[in-house]
Design a protein around this ligand. Sequence first.
Ligand SMILES: Cc1ncc(C[n+]2csc(CCOP(=O)(O)OP(=O)(O)O)c2C)c(N)n1
Length: 671
Amino acid sequence: MASPADADLQLLAINTVRTLAMDAVQAADSGHPGTPMALAPLAYALYTKHARHNPADPHWANRDRVVLSAGHASMLLYASLYLSGYELTLDDIKQFRQWGSKTPGHPEVGHTPGVETTTGPLGQGVANAVGMAVAEKHLAATFNRDGHAIVDHYTYFIAGDGCLMEGISHEAASFAGHQKLGKLIGFFDDNRITIDGGTDLSCSDDVAQRFAAYGWQVLHIGDVNDLAQIDSAIAEAKADTVRPTLVVTRTHLGYGSPNKVDTSKAHGEALGKDEILLTKKNLGWHSTEPFFVPDAALAHWRGALERGATAQDAWRKQLIAYAKALPDDAKELGRRLHGDLPAAWESVIPEFDASNGNVASRAASGTVLNAVAPRFPELIGGSADLAGSNLTTVKGAPFFSAAVPAGRNFHFGIREHAMGAVMNGMALHGGIIPYGGTFLVFADYMRPAIRLAALMRQQVIYVFTHDSIGLGEDGPTHQPVEHLTSLRCIPNLLVLRPADANETAEAWRIALRHRTGPSALVLTRQKLPLIDRASHAPASGAQRGAYVLADAAGAAPDVVLVATGSEIELALKARAVLAGGGIQARVVSMPSMELFAAESPEYQRSVLPPGIKRVAIEAAHPMSWHRWVGADGAVIGIETFGSSAPYQRIYAEYGLTAEHIVETVKGLVAR
Ligand SMILES: Cc1ncc(C[n+]2csc(CCOP(=O)(O)OP(=O)(O)O)c2C)c(N)n1
């Protein structure tokens, strides 16, 4: 029990979060005050007592991770980080939601010190936290030795009703329970209010039973203002080393506000000046001045700096002892946490020849993955139940499981959305480059997580196979049409659609080199002929996004055929037919529009010379091509859904044939 004086100081410290949240939202005239006001005691307990963190070094590898999945409650996080002593000032708090400020509307990783992941799209943070706990468990199993628990931290998350209604949290919680992520501790902010009103309008789940059924330990805090209850819940959560824990925490939205508590009015708008004054009075707050931070409260919070420094120092000593006892492991751990790629890894990327290269690009991808895997222990991943189709398994290596957490292969289960967000958490944790596979058409099921990987600039690799109508008999439900274009318009996502086995090897090289964002490998189900590199340009041209694969014989080309992936074969055939008819065609392979767009205008012009008409061929929606072919070019693509049949027939029916390309070119050059 805290002494009365201590209890007063604790309450002052907690109310400082509440008043800062109210004042910041009021000043911005936008934001969410109610949840920070409700959860202030929990944030106080985590940041001043339970979470091991060092505000002076937000990147300390062994810190506990705290994820605010309810990202709209960003002021809870900003107030806690500022008060703890992270590199944030009171002025930053005053600049909440303003242009260029360190305190944007929703938390953004890499932007504000101490923010572990970008949240706001509800539920993502829960799955990110699961990924962080996976990373911790995997790295601990890989590097810890008797007497040397060098990777050893907890992952906390805070989720609201919205997070737990979203399907992604169901998927992620199911995965976490199955994998027995015992060091994952979540708090469910049970305030029973969303934007439309009470949760009873739309939801009658028993969250506790649901999580118990997923294999979680479920605990309850009847009143978040009772710090002793928080302490004992966390102690109990830690005592269960097998099950993840969900703490159902009863809170009151807009706590302290006499007229808005427990109403959705406290959710997403400023309380109003009058109500703020009433609330401050109700909380026993001594100042009416906005952004008033009592010295005693600040000094109390800033104890986090000393505790953090002590904790990190202790870990540093452990690390020195570890390095002494296990120098090779320490070096490798250091490399991985620092994010340096392994030595000489590119030399193991295979080059395909006629003996092994006439394969589907998904098969080539599997070969490349297996070739680089021994050099790349941090490259871990799997598939959403399509490993045999995506060819994402590292042969002979164990699968990650509760019993074998050092395993590098993952069964993500049929949970694409969680897979995407779990991978984000793994990448954010550090020490891991995650990859995950599914059919390209199901990229839709994980798109919100792909978008966040791109926004957060995380290196995550997607292995998307069965990339077009070329998958054949499974039909239109499984045949992606709009997916390439729709992925290409996600900023900072590299989309790579290689044309043969050697371009596939290049695509993996590009994805592994690309440290500042996600890459999507888009791969065929059907076999592709190996491009003869003796008579065509080398596959390394893929690194520039597009390159002249086969040029017009003799002088300048009459037409440029641009294609990707499986349609390169058609373009090359059409080129030969056209040459017979006296039309000289250049074939450009463009595995990545993003990389090509980043090239110099000179290089772009050298590949796509101005004034020469262009025809793009891709078994997908044409929308992303118009930029490259221009108003006087043509695109041969697909603007309807696909069909169920053997793929050769579908290609013929859809006009994706060398003959149709030839006709199109003839019509174009005649104009
Ligand atoms: C995926 C997604 N859908 C919708 C929203 C918009 N939104 C933000 S907060 C919110 C209500 C969330 O309710 P709850 O989790 O109970 O938060 P609280 O009211 O406790 O702050 C909604 C619908 C969002 N941020 N993300």
